[in-house]
Design a protein around this ligand. Structure first.
Ligand code: ADP
Length: 163
């Protein structure tokens, strides 16, 4: 089965990675769909985010990385996905995710949204928390893949890196 995993991934965290790896063993194929959202100013460009995901998932097979704009259901149809995958960390994610899932099924009722819970050790992780820690010089190496940690450190702590 082909699962479409849409999101901002700004940037990819170990929580996203955990979900991708577990979904691959369940569904066989995962399309990571990076949203190009004209209403948001991302920290990393779409190209940077895609490069980070490629580099961090080199060891995995069954994965495809794409970018998309517009409706997730259209993206799922274009890429022949069987389901939409989303992650749940806490109750606070639930209300928003439920609304999106209902909206999507009202647009395309044959398309299921499947939720996976994060493993407990990653449940506190979000892209924004990681960026906050990096901004103030905290250690992020246990929160994100090494390629992402390098980019974050370069962005926020460039003064500490060799030129
Ligand atoms: P969006 O802006 O669409 O929420 P994100 O990149 O923040 O994009 O998240 C994409 C998906 O990954 C969402 O379903 C989110 O709940 C899930 N996710 C984010 N962080 C984690 C994590 N630590 N563990 C599991 N799922 C996560």
């Amino acid at each position: 089965m082909r699962a479409l995993y849409p999101g901002s991934f700004d940037p990819l965290t170990n929580g996203h990675m955990d979900l991708i790896e577990r979904a691959l063993s369940l569904f066989g194929e995962v399309i990571v769909a990076v949203l190009r959202n004209p209403n948001k100013r991302p920290t990393f460009s779409i190209e940077q985010r895609i490069t980070q995901i490629h580099a961090s998932t080199r060891h995995l097979s069954g994965i495809e990385i794409i970018n998309f704009e517009g409706l997730t259901v259209n993206c799922a149809k274009t890429h022949r996905a069987d389901l939409i995958l989303r992650g749940l960390r806490a109750m606070s994610d639930f209300e928003y995710e439920l609304q999106i899932a209902h909206t999507n099924s009202s647009l395309e009722d044959s398309l299921e949204t499947v939720f996976m819970t994060t493993s407990a050790r990653h449940s506190f992780l979000s892209s924004s928390v990681v960026k906050e820690v990096a901004r103030f010089g905290g250690a992020i190496e246990h929160m994100v893949p090494s390629e992402v940690a390098f980019d974050l450190n370069r962005l926020f702590n460039s003064a500490f890196l060799p030129t």
